[in-house]
Design a protein around this ligand. Structure first.
Ligand SMILES: Nc1ncnc2c1ncn2[C@@H]1O[C@H](COP(=O)(O)OP(=O)(O)OP(=O)(O)O)[C@@H](O)[C@H]1O
Length: 659
């Protein structure tokens, strides 16, 4: 128990420069240990074998001197800040933990011998830089746990023994480089490997048998691998092997016998070859005719459907349904500037009976303020002259369904009523662009409060109330839309807004069904869940993943990287980071130290952390169901009083139960 404080006293003493150090040192030790000889030996032991942070600083400066284009690292060596504040340095509990030099345009030499001198290098990442040449000899770093080299220009064969002796290595990411040759034998023998991603290289040959079988990330796609897939990998997702022309066997297509060799050139086989060719031509002809007929039929069907739709739209528009007058194109309002020229063929449709209606003209006359610009378009706050403030959100890429289905879907959203949802008030349908009008929430977004953009620091009680509100809103959505894959689809902290009484309200819910699929895949947060990135369909559990990330963000105060990066390379950094620290037995350390009221509620916060991690389980089978998550969140209390004597959620237990 007392080892840690003693060690930190020693390591901090070892970097004190002046003679008084000695006096202070002996004063501390006198009070800790009775025998001078013993503590002298201990002192020698610690100062010899635990290199200090100051040593690491010098080593890092040496490491940097071999890099090119290292502008991003210009605060390295700044004497006014500690090493832990330097760009790309990972620290845990003020101790150096790893290097994360991602997206920095770095090139030059990765000097592994220098890295060898760093104490405690657990994780090394240079994702998305310009390093080239063969893979450096990382095997010297025997205590490394995670190696991320994806999206660089590394090339050449990786020697078979490149990972030999790296018994602690768990994550190997080599994707999108120019590596060639066989998959190195030492990689497949790593005993603790559970994330391996080597897609987008030119690895060839057969897939060897991996010693480890329980992978969390596994991606060998888009290489030149060939031959049968080992039986032990047959239950992996087919996308893990996609883009390797020569692979066969489960989960891909069955392997067939090897093709006849070209040396078999006797007359009989030549004849049968010609026959085969004729047969092929005949089949080709039939296929062409069939395809032509199908295309013709499709064109006819399309023409017919368009004709029917036109008729239906005319009928719908003729119904009396809150149709507003067309808008003047002279208005200077920001909100409608782009829309005004198209407004002749559209109108604002209200979806709530109880609301006082206004028309596009009123919106045009309202003063507007830009709230932000998201992945779909801009969002404005409009102050109506004689009415409330509303939020107008412009959506492009919302043509996944036809006009009629769109109207139906919006009316369905308009029928929703729950204290934890921002009510949809009205919408405007344009061919290219849609406008959705919502109530305005006075206290901004959860993101702005958590990440300090003009927000206030939320105490634990408020955070708990907010997450309960989020859970209730999400539960309501799933009960109302039981048939939807993604009842929310875009749950993140900027889409949780706080009303006048700081009650959480979900925004941008229920839109996955109407957003264009490609756009949804690229930008909607639920599509960033691990299973969707592995090319599976999004499901209820993808929303649960988002709920989990939101919980981790709320507790750690950290901004999840997967909101920032879209498409390829999007990561699940926050979940991995929390998991790695909890696994090491330091769960209490991930909680944001700034949260007021943390002391009396830490046990409950750890319970919420466990719920967050349950929602962020990588595989769908082990990830919690939304019902379970919502029920567990409802059970949480503000203080630990109700759980005194219950140690089931102590930090120790949390880490043990994960191991
Ligand atoms: N009803 C609302 N009341 C108050 N603020 C809102 C409301 N709806 C959205 N906002 C805020 O407006 C800002 C801009 O929202 P917008 O949706 O354009 O961006 P985003 O949420 O960051 O991205 P995305 O388009 O991916 O959802 C965000 O800070 C959001 O919290």
């Amino acid at each position: 128990m007392h080892i840690m404080p003693i060690i930190s006293q020693f390591s901090s003493l070892s970097i004190l420069p002046n003679p008084p150090t000695k006096t202070r040192f002996s004063f501390h030790l006198q009070s800790i240990m009775p025998h001078k000889r013993e503590y002298f030996c201990l002192f020698m032991l610690f100062t010899c074998f635990l290199p200090s942070l100051a040593d690491n600083a010098q080593v890092l400066m040496n490491f940097k001197s071999n890099l090119s284009n290292a502008d991003a690292l210009k605060n390295w060596g700044d004497p006014s800040t500690g090493l832990c504040s330097w760009t790309g340095i990972l620290c845990f509990d003020q101790k150096f933990h790893g290097l994360r030099l991602e997206n920095m345009g770095l090139s030059g030499t990765i000097d592994v011998d220098t890295l060898l001198e760093l104490s405690n290098l657990n994780s090394f990442s240079v994702i998305n830089n310009n390093f080239e040449g063969p893979m450096p000899a990382f095997k010297k770093l025997v205590s490394l746990r995670a190696l991320f080299l994806s999206n660089n220009k590394f090339s050449g064969e990786i020697p078979d023994d490149a990972f030999e002796g790296m018994k602690r290595l768990r994550k190997v990411f080599l994707a999108e480089n120019g590596f060639t040759g066989h998959i190195p034998a030492s990689l497949v023998k790593l005993p603790k490997l559970y994330d391996v991603d080597i897609h987008g290289n030119s690895f060839n040959g057969n897939i060897p048998e991996f010693q480890q079988r329980d992978f969390r990330v596994f991606n060998l796609s888009h290489n030149h691998l060939e031959g049968p897939i080992p039986e032990s990998l047959s239950n992996r997702d087919p996308s893990s092997f996609a883009g390797n022309q020569g692979l066969c066997g489960k989960p891909l297509t069955p392997c067939v016998g090897s093709p006849p060799s070209p040396s078999d050139q006797n007359p009989i086989s030549t004849l049968s070859h010609q026959e085969k060719k004729q047969k092929k031509n005949r089949i080709l002809l039939i296929v062409i005719v069939v395809v032509a007929v199908i295309v013709l039929a499709l064109i006819l069907a399309l023409v017919f459907i368009r004709y029917r739709r036109k008729k239906a739209v005319l009928v719908t528009d003729a119904q009396p349904q809150n149709v507003m007058s067309p808008v003047s194109s002279e208005s200077k309002s920001i909100v409608m500037a782009a829309e005004s020229k198209k407004s002749e063929d559209g109108s604002l449709s209200f979806v709530r009976n109880e609301r006082e209606e206004f028309d596009l003209q009123d919106l045009l006359r309202a003063s507007a303020e830009v709230l932000g610009s998201g992945s779909f378009g801009s969002t404005y706050k409009a102050m109506l002259l004689n009415g409330p403030a509303v939020v107008v959100k412009r959506f492009k890429h919302m043509n996944n369904v036809g006009k009629k289905e769109f109207f139906e879907h919006m009316r369905r959203l308009g029928r929703l009523s729950h204290p934890n949802l921002v009510p949809l008030v009205a919408f405007y349908y344009g061919r290219e662009e849609k406008l959705l009008v919502y109530d305005f929430a006075e206290n901004g977004s959860l993101a702005s409060h958590l990440h300090g953009r003009g927000g206030c620091v939320l105490d634990w009680g408020s955070r708990l109330r907010i997450i309960k509100g989020v859970a209730r809103g999400l539960g309501y959505l799933y009960r109302e839309f039981p048939e939807q894959d993604l009842a929310h689809g875009h749950l993140k902290s900027s889409n949780v807004v706080l009303d006048h009484s700081f009650e959480a309200r979900l925004a941008e819910y229920g839109l996955a069904a109407v957003v264009d699929k490609r756009h949804a895949q690229q930008f909607m947060v639920a599509y960033k869940s691990p299973e969707v990135r592995q090319l599976e369909r999004p499901s209820e559990k993808s929303d649960v993943w988002c709920l989990g990330i939101l919980i981790l963000e709320l507790l750690t105060g950290k901004f999840p990287a997967n909101y920032l990066r879209h498409g390829k390379g999007a990561s699940e950094d926050l979940a991995s980071w929390v998991e790695s620290i909890v696994r090491e037995g330091w769960s209490g350390e991930v909680l944001d130290k700034e949260i007021p009221g943390r002391g009396s509620g830490e046990g409950e916060m750890l319970k919420l952390l466990r719920i967050g991690m349950g929602c962020c389980e990588w595989t769908l089978e082990t990830r919690w169901d939304w019902r379970e998550a919502v029920a567990k969140i409802e059970d949480l209390k503000e203080t630990d009083n109700g759980t005194q004597g219950d140690h089931s959620y102590s930090s120790d237990h949390l880490s043990i139960s994960l191991n």
